[in-house]
Design a protein around this ligand. Sequence first.
Ligand code: PAF
Length: 325
Amino acid sequence: MKKAMFIPMLLALSATMSFAAPYKAELKLASATSMSHTYNVGAQYFAKLVSERTGGRITFKLFPDGQLGKGERELLEAVQQGSIDVYVGSTGPLGGFSPSIQILDIPFLFRDYGHVDKVLDGSIGNSLLADLDKVQMKGLAFWENGFRNLTNSKKVIKTPADARGLKIRTMENPVHIQAWKTAGVNPTPMAWGEVYGALQQGVIDGQENPVAVILQVKVYEVQKQLALTQHVYSPAVLIMSARRWNQMPKEDQEIVLQAAKEGAVYQRNLGRQNEEQMLAELQKNGVTVTRDVDKAAWVAAMKPAFDAFSAQFGKEKIDAILNTK
Ligand code: PAF
């Protein structure tokens, strides 16, 4: 071949070949809870899977304890804007971004963990995660916050009548706020990062959260009463900013998605298996754990809220959740 032809052919060939460097990134993964909480133990497991499976090209730096925002709403805003890459946290404030997800926060909707897994990992959960695509978020998987319980500094609580008039911090979630109002309690929505101080100063009488959260934040330093009301199941989600997600090659997206699902199984089990041990730890720190709450009375007290939300979200959708077996 003549030299004059060879050089243009070489140039044309190199133009069609891709010499792009493999995708590489260190992603910011943020949460409102401490490093010892199940979200972050699960996040470390998830990060390890992704790092191993991408040969260290994709790694995560964890920012626990609300370092990047004083509550979960702020963290979600940052994910939506793309200044945080990944969020692990409750669905509490997520309804402000994607309203359909609030259906999961209705009190006394889930019977037990088996029921939770079937709904969240089935078509209902998948479609709620897919709705996040519309608001610049990629829902990777449902993780778990857990069944919420009531703590307070005033008295033993068994019935809604015992709790009447108490000022209780709730998440910034209209479903929760309405349910507490209906039960005669005075709900005070507040970012999580402000709750410990508010309890300490007596600005609020109590708060409600799953046992794992109550233990990791050392609520026992400021509240000695815990009633196992289990009034609502609080799902958690692992979410990536759409901007970051769209930058990733397809093969890496698949690795991340698969690790998020495996992380979900691992993280959910952490809280479930250790609940009794965590309760014992709380008791050791002077907390009175009230197990014999009047569940029927709580269900009845929150029923008007349940009915109102059935109408709002559509009875057929609520029934689809209730009838999932
Ligand atoms: O109560 C809340 O705000 C949430 O349950 C918490 C503690 C941030 C965990 O998701």
